[in-house]
Design a binder for this molecule. Structure first.
Ligand code: BG6
Length: 433
């Protein structure tokens, strides 16, 4: 589904472009009506809510119209101030999420117009909204949403361009230019997907962490929330997203060399600020994976690892930035959850039991100790050290670095491991280790 995104985005935006301009006539929303709304609300859950956050930044920037984004589960229970003359946009892949559906019904009851961006045809939300625009991601089987997110963002862009033009904040020419840039995005997603090995490397750096922080500002903050959700949902590693500027108000205390940070910095007006936040977390020992555009000049040693995203209009960066974030979560999940020791120990990297073909690089990032176990000092703080299945680590061992302790291995009493460890099923870790 991650790899289906170029097609999904193309299929979603193409029918909504008429002679180079955004066209929402399929749901009966013309420029006059659109420009008349007093307030705009975007209500959704999970990933769809993050698409709404991206939408808020883009709509406010382009159309100079205030947008309130709400989690549907909060909106529905707090007697929201919404009514006639307002537009409530509901975003949902399935069209069946109970909280989003209830938010829709409440908004309608209060007299607001409702517009649904839904992926599943004929779903409850699609049927019950006043207006519906379908995203065309195709069936999304994975519970963790990926392609639905990028098509939802694409619709948010189309909406923002249309509203900005309807409100005469941008000219027809500018509107056409934005639409044109959006049509270039599918091939740039394609290009982003070719950087797959960078995501694999980043995954190998974070796979042992107990907790991670994602940071960014503005649109990059919205993406941080989505990156963090993806990681926790599929790899079961705790992570939090923080607006980078808020770090100093408390969460910086959590940062140590055991807490990797994924920083997203694609917006030139605030990149300097984010880079200074990165130096704060680095000074506390955190390892930093930085995501920025191809053209950004980053001085040496600012981050431990940089993932470059193809250059495009900065406003459209979130669609591209979403892709490596999804891949990082995916590969981290594979590394943590698959039965690594079984397959590596058997020496059949290309065996049928494990999809190594999708992880060509990861093998390079793991140091296999196998049966030649350290009896003395083994200093490798920035690699993943794999202790083989059923191996025994001597009491005198001193391992400085993150470890994967294989199934049924024995780490004998008083051995010293400095770094996070994934402990395989049945492994024994001795007293005072
Ligand atoms: C969650 C999923 O349960 O529901 C998320 O894990 C999804 O991936 C969210 O974004 C909302 O679902 P929907 O169908 O309303 O977009």
């Amino acid at each position: 589904e991650i790899h289906e995104q170029p097609t999904a985005v193309k299929t979603t935006i193409t029918p909504r472009i008429n002679e180079g301009m955004p066209d929402f006539s399929e749901c009966g929303l013309d420029d006059e009506k659109l420009a008349s709304y007093n307030n705009i609300y975007i209500v959704a859950c999970g990933t769809a809510m993050h698409a709404g956050m991206v939408g808020k930044y883009v709509i406010e920037k382009l159309a100079r119209t205030r947008v309130t984004v709400d989690m549907a589960s909060e909106f529905r229970y707090r007697d929201p101030i919404v009514g006639k003359g307002d537009l409530v946009i509901l975003i949902s892949q399935s069209g069946e999420t109970a909280d989003t559906r209830e938010a829709l019904l409440i908004s309608r009851k209060k007299g607001a117009d409702t517009l649904a961006f839904v992926n599943v045809k004929g779903s409850s939300i699609a049927r019950e909204a006043d207006m519906v625009m379908y995203t065309h991601a195709g069936p999304e089987i994975s519970v963790a949403s990926t392609k639905a997110f990028t098509v939802q963002i694409s619709m948010m862009y189309m909406f923002a361009f249309k509203l900005a033009y309807a409100k005469k904040v941008i000219t027809e020419e500018e509107c056409r230019e934005y639409v044109h840039k959006l049509t270039q995005i599918p091939q740039l997603i394609e290009k982003t997907l070719t950087h797959d090995d960078e995501a694999q490397y980043a995954a190998s750096r974070i796979m042992n962490a107990e907790s991670l922080l994602y940071i960014g500002r503005g649109l990059d903050y919205a993406l941080s929330m989505e990156g963090s959700l993806k990681l926790k949902e599929i790899s079961y590693i705790h992570s939090e997203a923080y607006a980078a500027g808020e770090l100093k108000h408390g969460p910086i205390a959590l940062i140590s060399e055991q807490t990797p940070v994924i920083a997203i910095a694609t917006q030139s007006n605030i990149i300097g600020k984010t880079l200074s936040n990165i130096s704060e977390v680095k000074s506390r020992g955190a390892k930093v994976v930085l995501m920025c555009s191809e053209d950004t000049v980053i001085k040496e040693n600012v981050a431990d690892y940089i993932i470059r995203i193809p250059q495009c209009d900065e406003l459209l960066m979130p669609i591209l930035a979403a892709v490596p974030l999804q891949l990082i979560a995916y590969y981290t999940a594979i590394l943590r959850l698959f039965n690594l020791d079984e397959t590596i120990a058997s020496g059949i990297f290309d065996g049928v039991t494990y999809p190594w073909e999708v992880l060509p690089k990861i093998k390079d990032y793991i140091i296999e100790l196998g049966n030649t176990l350290p009896t003395e000092e083994y200093d490798h703080p920035s690699e993943n050290i794999w202790i083989a299945k059923s191996a025994s680590v001597a009491p005198t061992a001193y391992i400085n670095g993150p470890c994967i302790i294989g199934r049924n291995a024995e780490v004998r009493h008083c051995a010293f491991i400095r770094g996070n460890a994934i402990v395989g099923e049945g492994a024994v870790v001795g007293n005072s280790t």
